[in-house]
Design a protein around this ligand. Structure first.
Ligand code: HEM
Length: 553
């Protein structure tokens, strides 16, 4: 049997200490394993972590092969994964076999029906953009520095919330939004902290439950579970077989139709885990990527200006950008692609479990091993980072250069080597949603604001914060409204601005507006504004409405 190459391992700890040392030297796990692979001149690195065999694959060919072969489609069933799954193994992200196939295809189907990749989803995202523009407008008007990157987490979470629960948006003041955000963020920090230790030495939880993060993870899991259970209970209380508008309703419908089938996997526990999968896999990845996108706009003002020039030329100033504009904004898209290449949120995809003994590049990859009489799966990790930083393919992989994704005539260039959402049957199922959110939020904010450094402060570093998910180090920006330019360009908008401000001054915010948020549909209902909008394109009202909020009373 030829096992893959890697450093020599020691009993009990395997290569755990080697890896820890390399992580300290390289700062990041993905760079540490890549350096180890280089030292051993291999693209299939074998590590024994604790008593488990972990195989890390590098480079486009290996990544493509692993993602395309069924025997690598499993997910590990370790203590750590069960800790994530609240003692069980449910949901989509960490199941495999029949349950995974059944629920993944159900979720993809239902998400499509409730709007994923369709116009309904675009409207939801556009509504959230309005809110962002309003909030940023307030900061710009007040001359306040803003932590722009951190503002996207509630927005992405809200979009997921509407798609999953069918409820209206949670306002920024809603305690559920705060609890969800807090629990998801704290949980990911706790997992980073516990990651290495609890995965490979689960017994450490008995010795140091606080230090390993074990107790914290249990508490946060239970907080998240309570939020979803309460929402599911609300749906159950008003259940009607004809109503399958949102993901939870659709799932409950499926549950009902399978009543009496004792083998059915459509249970409330499974539904809670699917909600957790969506919120955990979706909210942080997309908002972290946006966080990086705006950091890069701050650090590369030429790129920012070029993207704004394209937005001005294609979308203009009278309305916000929408999904249908994407094809006409290749440079804006290229910026998003380049940030995802250079600062991929998930540099290592997986973990995968080897479901059948197999071979990879001549090495034997065992299905199960016995170590100290305990069966052990082989875990496979996939270095997407190695593909995105391949020097032979990209030429200058460490340089931020959006133009690399464009042809000479400025059209978008698809590249198979750009894999932020993975590949194969386990690729990201939220890709359409993530791409739409990122495009709309990026294009909309950039159209409305200049992203500027905070005066007298040093520019932030580009390097990410170490962790399982790579995010930029915290940074602040100043926002300058690009509004004044628009107003001189379009005189009827001035009328609208005055209309909205005078309306609000005279009547205040109408009661039917949720706190802190303006709903442009409700605005259309107001007779005074209807009067003003007569003879104009109603899309202008949307934009002007945000403008009104930027103006001091
Ligand atoms: C920029 C944003 C995102 C990135 C970079 C990203 C990245 C990824 C990657 C690389 C995988 C594949 C893991 C593997 O190969 O083992 C994945 C899986 C997954 N993603 Fe995303 N994702 C993003 C957004 C989202 C969103 C918005 C959702 C919400 C619906 C989501 C839900 C999932 C789920 C449920 C899986 C597991 C699929 C399975 O195991 O079958 N992701 N994601």
């Amino acid at each position: 049997m030829v096992l893959c190459t890697g450093p020599t391992w020691f009993p009990m700890v395997g290569n755990f200490l080697d890896l820890k040392r390399k992580c300290q030297e390289k700062k990041y796990l993905h760079e540490a394993v890549a350096a180890m692979a280089r030292e051993h001149d291999t693209s299939v690195l074998g590590l024994r972590l604790g008593s488990e065999l972990t195989v890390v694959v590098f480079g486009y060919q290996m990544v493509k092969e692993v993602c395309g072969r069924e025997e690598f489609d499993g997910r590990p069933d370790t203590f750590f994964i069960r800790l994530r799954g609240m003692g069980g193994r449910g949901g989509i992200t960490f199941t495999d076999g029949r349950i995974w196939q059944e629920h993944r295809s159900f979720a993809v189907r239902r998400l499509r029906q409730v709007g994923l990749g369709r116009a309904a989803m675009d409207d939801i995202i556009m509504d959230e953009l309005q809110e962002l523009v309003r909030l940023f407008g307030e900061s710009a008007a007040a001359g306040r520095a803003v932590s722009i990157g951190r503002s996207f987490a509630p927005s992405v979470l809200n979009v997921l919330w509407v798609l999953t629960t069918g409820s209206s948006f949670l306002s920024r003041e809603d305690p559920r939004l705060h609890s969800l955000l807090k629990a998801i963020k704290a949980r990911s920090i706790a997992f980073n902290m516990a990651g290495g230790i609890l995965n490979y030495f689960p017994w450490m939880r008995f010795l140091a439950p606080e230090w390993t993060g074990y107790n914290l993870i249990l508490r946060l899991n239970s907080d998240l579970k309570d939020i979803f259970l309460a929402t599911i209970a609300e749906h159950q209380a008003r259940y009607s077989p004809d109503k399958t508008d949102d993901l939870i309703d659709a799932f409950l419908h499926e549950m009902e139709s399978r009543q009496g089938d004792s083998a059915s996997s459509f249970t409330v526990d499974q539904l809670v885990m699917i909600c957790m999968d969506f919120f955990i896999a979706g909210s942080q990845t997309a908002s972290t990527t946006l966080d990086y996108v705006f950091l890069m706009m701050l650090l590369y003002p030429d790129v920012q200006r070029r993207a704004q020039a394209q937005l001005d030329a294609v979308v203009g100033t009278a309305r916000l950008p929408k999904i249908a504009d994407r094809k006409k904004l290749p440079y804006v898209e290229a910026v998003l692609m380049e940030v995802q290449r250079l600062h991929q949120a998930t540099p290592i995809a997986g973990p995968r479990r080897v479901t059948n003994a197999t071979k990879l590049q001549g090495y034997d990859i065992p299905k199960a091993r016995r170590m100290l009489f305990l069966p052990q799966d082989t875990t496979v990790l996939i270095s997407l980072w190695s593909v995105h930083r391949d020097e032979q393919h990209w030429g200058d992989p460490t340089v931020f250069r959006p133009e690399r994704h464009l042809t000479d005539s400025g059209e978008l260039l698809a590249d198979d080597w750009l894999l932020p959402f993975g590949l194969g049957k386990r690729r990201c199922l939220g890709e359409a949603l993530a791409r739409s959110c990122m495009f709309i939020f990026f294009a909309g904010v950039l159209q409305n604001f200049e992203i500027l450094p905070v005066p007298d402060k040093e520019l932030p570093e580009e390097d990410p914060t170490p962790g399982l998910l790579l995010s930029p180090q915290p940074y602040m920006v100043m926002l300058k409204s690009r509004l004044s330019r628009y107003v001189t360009e379009s005189s009827h908008q001035v009328v609208f601005v005055l209309a909205v401000t005078s309306y609000i001054k005279r009547f205040g915010k109408p009661d039917n507006f949720p706190p802190g948020r303006f709903n442009q549909n409700a605005l259309y209902d107001q007779p005074v504004l209807m009067n003003w909008s007569r003879g104009h394109n109603p899309a202008n009202l949307r934009y002007v409405h945000n403008v009104a909020n930027m103006l001091p009373n």
